[in-house]
Design a binder for this molecule. Structure first.
Ligand SMILES: [Zn+2]
Ligand SMILES: [Zn+2]
Length: 475
């Protein structure tokens, strides 16, 4: 996959730039993504269109080295990636002549089905033909087209538990890495995200900072992330351990028979925590079930089986970034992904998240490169929680030096990989300076606030351009 991707980049630049162009023009961003040369040199607007409708897509050169010229003829070859057009006027593989007008190429087409479409543009000047680029458009069915993809990390630590950086620093680092939303989830501590929010009070940052906590209920090995709850869980048992034990014991006594080997108290403690999180309007996530500590998985297999069978949690941490133990994250993630596939095959609902579990943004290979993409109506917390809970999310991992992979429902994985090539890289690049300025502001440079304000809304504007239909006339 990687080889083919690179071949395309080289093909596009053949004759104009050396073979080192891929490295020169596609440096990896902190998120691990790269801006393709076509998306640097041209605007393709919109890049996401409604499926089964006629849409206008424009290819707009942005720089003088790529302006369309008179005396040159231009041809487009169209290829839908999955299914052939049934109603559209284009036959795949057929070249069609296009004429730039007002410096841009305007294509009116029926984009059939939910899929990616490639538009290969060739130019012929004086008998010499060159490929200018592969421009890519995604047609999404109505339900998906109405949503927007938001990247978030909802499992990270600050120095309020065993992490390195302050909450405000972590928030800036999250934006620098291209995230739309985040939650700090310190062990047994709810206030970290609130402190990050306070640090940027009155500064128009575009990163959404939501509360979180990594919950460890007493005598229960299962780690649970509370995302977005309006209050902490730890204080419920810390202030009154006897009440916690009584409530969990009562819950355990009321449960139907559990399979052999299941520790009923531990199972009930998970139910208790998930219920308390949901009562506080939060999302309860089952953390790193195959994490290895003390040379064994931290959750016994019988308990793990039963937690998944009973669908106790709202989401599963499918991809976990952090691994400071002898067992690397890829081992843990492989088991989590295989388990997810089997649980889904049994018909169970398993919502998924990818998270970094970063304990230090500046010292972690995983930070910014392990995240969740939630397909939500908006960036508001209830919409994000609903997206994850309703199986509208995928988990992404991008280990150091590699290109990203996503896991989750097939339809969303397919869409996410388009977005990771065509939309997120430009998004992440815009975020870099915002995040850098946030870190500067957190260090006490008040003047950074005005510079952050100047950047306010730029990523929302990018989404607007990617999704909004092209106007009837030239913009
Ligand atoms: Zn943990
Ligand atoms: Zn953690």
């Amino acid at each position: 996959m990687r080889t083919r991707w690179m071949t395309v980049a080289l093909l596009v630049l053949a004759g104009t730039v050396s073979a080192a162009a891929d490295a020169l023009f596609c440096p990896q961003l902190p998120s691990g993504l790269r801006v393709r040369p076509e998306n640097r040199f041209y605007d393709v607007r919109p890049q996401i269109v409604p499926a089964n409708q006629t849409s206008v897509v424009e290819i707009i050169p942005l720089h003088e080295q790529v302006v369309f010229k008179s005396g040159t003829t231009y041809e487009l070859t169209y290829a839908p990636m999955i299914s052939l057009p049934q109603r559209g006027g284009w036959a795949p593989g057929t070249k069609m002549s296009v004429t730039p007008e007002n410096g841009r190429i305007r294509i009116t087409a029926l984009f059939e089905g939910e899929q990616e479409h490639a538009l290969v543009l060739e130019a012929t000047t004086g008998g010499r033909k060159r490929t200018l680029g592969q421009f890519r458009v995604y047609s999404a069915a109505e339900d998906l087209y109405a949503l927007r993809p938001y990247k978030g990390d909802i499992h990270m630590h600050s120095h309020y538990s065993d992490g390195v950086e302050s909450p405000a620093y972590m928030a800036g680092a999250c934006r620098r890495a291209g995230l739309h939303f985040m939650a700090l989830t310190d062990h047994r501590f709810y206030a970290s995200s609130l402190k990050a929010r306070e640090a940027f009070d009155g500064v128009p940052v575009d990163l959404r900072i939501y509360p979180g906590e990594e919950v460890h209920t007493p005598d229960n090995p299962v780690h649970i992330v509370s995302f977005g709850a309006n209050a902490g869980i730890t204080e419920l048992y810390r202030t009154n351990d006897a009440v916690y034990r009584k409530e969990v014991a009562e819950l355990a006594a009321s449960l139907p028979e559990t399979p052999p080997g299941v520790n009923r108290f531990q199972f009930a403690a998970c139910r208790w925590a998930a219920d308390r999180i949901r009562e506080r309007n939060g999302l309860a996530m089952f953390c790193h079930p195959y994490w290895v500590t003390g040379n064994r998985h931290n959750v016994d297999e019988a308990l793990l089986d039963h937690l998944l069978a009973a669908e106790v949690f709202d989401a599963l941490e499918l991809i976990s970034g952090d691994s400071r133990d002898s067992i690397p994250a890829n081992d843990i993630n492989a088991l989590q992904v295989a388990r997810y596939a089997e649980e889904r095959a049994k018909g169970r609902r398993v919502a998924v998240c990818g998270i970094s579990d970063t304990h230090g943004a500046e010292v972690s290979d995983a930070f910014g490169r392990y995240f969740t993409v939630a397909f939500a109506k908006s960036l508001e917390l209830p919409d994000l929680i609903a997206a994850i809970r309703d199986l509208r999310s995928v988990a992404v991992e991008c280990p150091g030096g590699e290109l990203p992979r996503s896991y989750g429902p097939f339809r969303l994985v397919r869409y996410t990989h388009f977005l990771m090539r065509e939309v997120f890289p430009q998004h992440d690049e815009l975020c870099f300076e915002e995040g850098r300025l946030m870190i500067q502001y957190a260090a006490g440079d008040g003047a950074a606030a005005a510079r952050i304000a100047l950047l306010h809304g730029q990523t929302a504007a990018l989404y607007e351009r990617c999704w909004s239909p092209a106007g009837p006339s030239v913009r």
